[in-house]
Design a protein around this ligand. Structure first.
Ligand SMILES: Nc1ncnc2c1ncn2[C@@H]1O[C@H](COP(=O)(O)OP(=O)(O)OP(=O)(O)O)[C@@H](O)[C@H]1O
Ligand SMILES: [Mg+2]
Length: 136
């Protein structure tokens, strides 16, 4: 099964739409609750990062019998130093983003904690690709 969604930068109103749709699908597939929770947290954080830090993006989710593969790709400023961005508390979030209640610098560490496999690729001034895999 393959699902695709688009994300608009700055659109906090719809942030969380892809992850809530994926949650519904996984519940129907009778996936273990803890596994669903991990997947939804990881995908939500990746979605919010596109809304908060990038211009626009796409989410592609593939589900098979064994695993879920989630690819969040954006066009945006990119991440110059991924290791630094992965550190808990590191954030470049704007004042506006902080006012929306984001910008604690915990999204990427949270993704790492909640996925089985994480791959991040980024090119400055082009965009970022975050691939997450969770096994059922
Ligand atoms: N898709 C992205 N495009 C550009 N920069 C990003 C992206 N995702 C993360 N970053 C950079 O990595 C930093 C850390 O991301 P992280 O998700 O951990 O924290 P945050 O988004 O700033 O705050 P929080 O997720 O706690 O609300 C961001 O502040 C930003 O500089
Ligand atoms: Mg974040």
């Amino acid at each position: 099964m393959k699902l695709t969604f688009t994300i608009q930068g700055g659109d906090f109103t719809n942030a969380g739409h892809p992850s809530s749709e994926v949650k519904k699908v996984l519940k129907q597939l009778v996936i273990d609750g803890k596994t669903i929770k991990n997947i939804v947290i990881a995908l939500y954080e990746a979605e919010v990062n596109v809304v908060a830090h990038a211009w626009k993006g796409t989410v592609t989710v593939e589900i098979d019998e064994k695993k879920i593969t989630m690819l969040v790709e954006d066009e945006g400023p990119g991440i110059p130093d991924i290791a630094l961005a992965m550190q808990a508390g590191y954030s470049t979030a704007s004042k506006k983003v902080r006012e929306m209640g984001f910008g604690a610098g915990m999204g990427l560490p949270n993704i790492k904690k909640n996925t089985d496999e994480l791959f991040i690729e980024s090119e400055v001034d082009k965009g970022t690709k975050v691939k997450m895999i969770n096994y059922f």
